[in-house]
Design a protein around this ligand. Structure first.
Ligand SMILES: C[S@@+](CC[C@H](N)C(=O)[O-])C[C@H]1O[C@@H](n2cnc3c(N)ncnc32)[C@H](O)[C@@H]1O
Length: 500
């Protein structure tokens, strides 16, 4: 290993530990630039000397300086405006109805302030009283936020009316109105570290943490989401960036879908089907399944994921003191594997029979339920499939597979709009999942939306080559990869013909 490689590994580890940020190979040059810049600015002759001193220096101060170089501060007013409509029309009224006299909102990773100020504008327009805090790890961004002077580029999605009402020209730029500026309390803080100012239980009604966790390492993502969940009131809302999901990170939230966007609501403990502690365990097969299906080529197959999850549960419980529950899950895992093999041999009836033969408790398992629902759809029994699928979603409504099967059930019930919603949820929760896009394309084509359908067919076509083989078996409606890809192409052509 070259010296520079070793230096970058050390620096990357420091950045991950202190800021939670992850830099893969594609961003190595950015990491190297920051390393050399920090070494120079701090007065060291070279990167090696700087790194040698790093362990004995005040890591908090150094992390602040590095945050200025390595964080991505892209943001603008009214970014993903659908989410602000959902805030005004769903989240704020829901929290007010739940008895919050002033709704407490946190913008976590607020960058230069455009996001919390937009929230403040939205709340003023809705006449909703707020307590609004915002935090970011980058001190320069917090200073810009406090200054509240913005370039036209920051206002590129701001309507003329909003500009006129809440901004005053300041040379080439725009100064935010004082009544909005005063509403937001800014702090410099690090999401990757515990901080009693922000993370006390039930501190917030609503948290915006958009386009932040996507830059974190998976362990940090989980820890940060757990922190956000603990600091929200039950029934509180969490808004992530439009390409970020909680799938595989937490089961403490319901998925909400409105205004053409997705967001989350913390489950209300008392009314949940099972206690929170049982819902959020790394060992759940659903989690292993979710993670495995998100992995790329060379990743374990779905079947392997099921097997390893079952084995992990067994080993965690201790072979000799295996609990009844662990035994049940292990044998259900083995049975699911066998059933998937039957599906592979197109023995759908036998597969369904084998599933029905599982003990009652095993049927309640989310993976088994999902498999059963998929097989019932294949067997032409969408009503029963919907009943099973609804139970799976009640326990885990971040299951992309269950949303996809539910979409098929809704379509069979003549509810095209409901079907499309579930397909969109499945595609959002698992951006690598081809089938909901293909199904949504077919629904849109039927509804006469040729352009929308083409977008979905092309999306499915691009994903199909890497789609997990066992997921294709279970959800592909009896078609193989090649056949599904040809279907996408033929449907695209047909829609193009219709558009012309
Ligand atoms: C892309 S911006 C997102 C801004 C805004 N939330 C939005 O979506 O428009 C990401 C922000 O997250 C901040 N950030 C990154 N790591 C952080 C950490 N460990 N703690 C707090 N903020 C962090 C960055 O400094 C940056 O300002």
């Amino acid at each position: 290993m070259s010296t520079r490689r070793r230096e970058l590994d050390l620096f990357g580890a420091f950045v991950a530990r202190t800021l939670g940020l992850h830099f893969d190979e594609s961003r190595a040059s950015q990491l190297e630039e920051a390393l050399l810049r920090r070494a120079g600015d701090a007065g060291y002759p070279d990167a090696g000397a700087y790194l040698a001193a790093l362990s004995s220096s005040d890591s908090r101060e150094e992390a602040r300086a590095i945050a200025e170089l390595l964080t991505v501060g892209e943001t603008y007013f009214f970014r993903n405006s659908e989410q602000f409509r959902a805030l005004a029309e769903v989240a704020l009224p829901a929290r007010a109805a739940a008895g919050a006299s002033s709704v407490r909102i946190l913008s976590a990773g607020c960058a230069s302030g455009e996001e919390p100020y937009t929230i403040s504008i939205i709340a003023r327009e809705a006449a909703a009283p707020l307590i609004l805090h915002a935090m970011d790890v980058n001190p320069a961004a917090i200073a810009r936020a406090r200054r509240a002077v913005y370039s036209p580029w920051s206002l590129r999605e701001t309507t003329g009316e909003m500009k006129q009402r809440y901004f005053r020209p300041a040379g080439k730029d725009f100064r935010l109105a004082d009544e909005i500026r005063r509403e937001v309390h800014f702090d410099e803080a690090n999401l990757a570290q515990d901080d009693p100012r922000f993370w006390r239980p039930a501190s917030w009604d609503i948290i915006f943490c958009r386009n932040v966790i996507m830059y974190f390492r998976p362990e940090t993502q989980k820890a940060v989401v757990a922190r956000l969940a603990a600091s929200l009131v039950p029934g509180g809302f969490l808004f992530l960036g439009h390409a970020e999901t909680l799938r595989g990170l937490s089961q403490d939230f319901h998925l909400c879908q409105s205004h053409d966007t997705f967001y989350y609501q913390l489950r209300e403990r008392g009314t949940d089907p099972e206690p929170a502690a049982a819902r959020f365990t790394d060992e759940s097969p659903a989690r292993a399944l979710a993670l495995a299906s998100a992995l790329e080529d060379g990743a374990p197959s779905w079947m392997e994921a099921i097997r390893s999850a079952s084995e992990r549960i067994a080993s965690l419980s201790g072979a000799s003191h295996e609990t009844a529950d662990a035994q049940r899950q292990r044998s259900a895992g083995r049975e699911r594997e066998r059933i998937l093999e039957l599906v592979g041999r197109e023995k759908f009836g036998e597969a369904l029979e084998a599933l029905s033969g599982l003990p009652g408790a095993a049927e309640a398992d989310a993976d088994t339920g999902l498999m059963k629902a998929a097989l019932l759809v294949n067997a032409g029994n969408p009503r029963e499939a919907e009943r099973v699928c609804a139970a799976v979603l009640k326990a885990d409504d971040l299951s992309a597979g269950a949303h996809y099967v539910m979409a098929q059930c809704r379509e069979a019930a003549g509810d095209g709009a409901g079907a499309a919603e579930h397909d969109r949820a499945a595609a959002y929760l698992d951006p690598t999942f081809a089938m909901p896009r293909l199904h949504l394309g077919l629904l849109l084509r039927k509804a006469g939306d040729a352009a929308g359908a083409i977008e979905q067919f092309q999306g499915a076509f691009a994903l199909l080559p890497a789609e997990d083989a066992s997921r294709l078996l279970l959800f592909g409606g009896g078609f193989g990869r090649e056949a599904l890809m040809q279907l996408c192409q033929a449907e695209t052509k047909a829609c193009e013909g219709r558009k012309a």
